[in-house]
Design a protein around this ligand. Structure first.
Ligand SMILES: [Zn+2]
Length: 377
């Protein structure tokens, strides 16, 4: 057993990182771990942190390993954001922590999970810190691709690229580690296109499988503009409900905890100072919920892209397996349209993703896309 076991299909990256953790000449102070969502960037960063802290180079069993992997090691700081951007003040705080020598571990490890969610001036603040780190500090930045971080940061970091793991490897992981039925595991890994977190969710949650199938059918059934507008509203509603379910309990618990800390539990009217704190919390929560809704919608759009990818596979007679189980709809869409139309539809979905990322109102982005999905005669 070792800390690298959980990194599915990443032999090359594991070689580089484990070599660096055991050989001082292969080590460097700033790393950029890149890979598509679900390839396991943050898991790779944590495993590397564990290997750096562990006396045996990442045994996976000792306290240094288990706490590093869990993100609770005193000298491993993990920054994950649910907001659209990491704030400049958060980065300044991190830099303060990074200046300190490790308190008990061998290294002070700073993991930034979404290094792509930084505005340029924030990146510039971070840049100064990673240019001249203290001798025992190492920065691990994660992003979807090297181009998602500013070039000045990219050029200071050593890059490690993770790849999309093969479907069979992801399915095997679900069977071995989560005890999922092999057939369900295979289906989930394929539908999630090897996104490990999504595959696990699909494998374990029948509701998630149902929602996904519904999204695909909804798109396949669009015949005219009226259907398109309804389908768009439906997609946004599902996403809002899912995001709400994911954040609601946590929001309430956070508010209770805050009031408790401020000694204002059960007060009918809150003193102004407390009110300001509560307002700040509620604003953060609102941003988080917006982010969650957009993430869910983006996942729906990726599901739709995979549907039309399957349609294109059928239209071109390519000898590769379909991603989605809705075969009847895929064959019908393939028969009713041309490959050029399919590609135009995929472009419309890509455009919707870009617009969502650019903060266009979700309903507008989804409507424009849904209208472009209707049959073009
Ligand atoms: Zn260990």
């Amino acid at each position: 057993m070792s800390v690298w076991d959980g990194l599915v299909g990443q032999r090359r990256a594991v070689e580089v990182l484990s070599e660096a953790s055991s050989n001082a000449t292969a080590m460097t102070h700033a790393w950029l771990l890149t890979g598509p969502p679900g390839s396991g960037r943050s898991n790779a960063a944590r495993a590397f942190a564990a290997a750096l802290q562990c006396e045996q180079g990442g045994c996976g069993r000792c306290q240094a390993c288990t706490t590093s992997l869990a993100g609770t090691h005193a000298d491993v700081k993990v920054v994950a954001t649910e907001k659209v951007f990491i704030r400049i003040n958060e980065v300044r705080e991190l830099i303060g922590v990074a200046q300190q020598a490790p308190s008990q571990g061998r290294w002070r490890v700073m993991i930034v999970e979404d290094a792509d969610r930084m505005e340029e001036r924030t990146s510039n603040v971070l840049l100064k810190a990673i240019e001249e780190p203290p001798p025992r500090t190492v920065w691990l930045l994660c992003a979807p691709s090297p181009h998602d971080v500013v070039v000045t940061i990219r050029s200071r970091c050593r890059g490690v690229a993770l790849r999309v793991p093969p479907v069979a490897d992801v399915a095997a992981l679900l069977v071995e580690r989560d005890g999922v039925d092999p057939e369900v595991a295979e289906m989930a890994a394929r539908a999630a296109q090897s996104h490990i977190g999504l595959a696990r969710r699909l494998a374990r949650d029948p509701d998630a499988r149902e929602r996904r199938t519904r999204t695909l059918r909804l798109a396949a059934e669009i015949r005219g503009v009226g259907d398109a507008v309804l389908a768009a509203a439906d997609l946004v509603e599902v996403a809002t409900a899912e995001a709400k379910a994911a954040t609601e309990d946590r929001d309430a618990a956070e508010k209770t905890a805050l009031l408790h800390t401020l000694g204002a539990e059960g007060l009918a009217t809150l003193p102004p100072a407390v009110r300001a704190q509560v307002r700040q919390l509620e604003e953060d929560q609102k941003r988080r919920s917006t982010r969650a809704q957009r993430d869910v919608l983006d996942r729906c759009l990726l599901d739709l892209l995979s549907l039309y990818r399957d349609v294109l596979v059928v239209q071109l007679g390519a000898d590769v397996e379909l991603v989605n189980p809705v075969h009847a709809e895929i064959r019908r869409l393939a028969a009713e349209s041309t490959p050029e139309q399919t590609i135009r539809r995929m472009d419309a979905i890509g455009e919707a993703r870009t617009r969502l990322e650019g903060n266009v109102a979700p309903l507008l982005a989804m409507e424009a896309m849904a209208v472009a999905l209707r049959p073009q005669g």
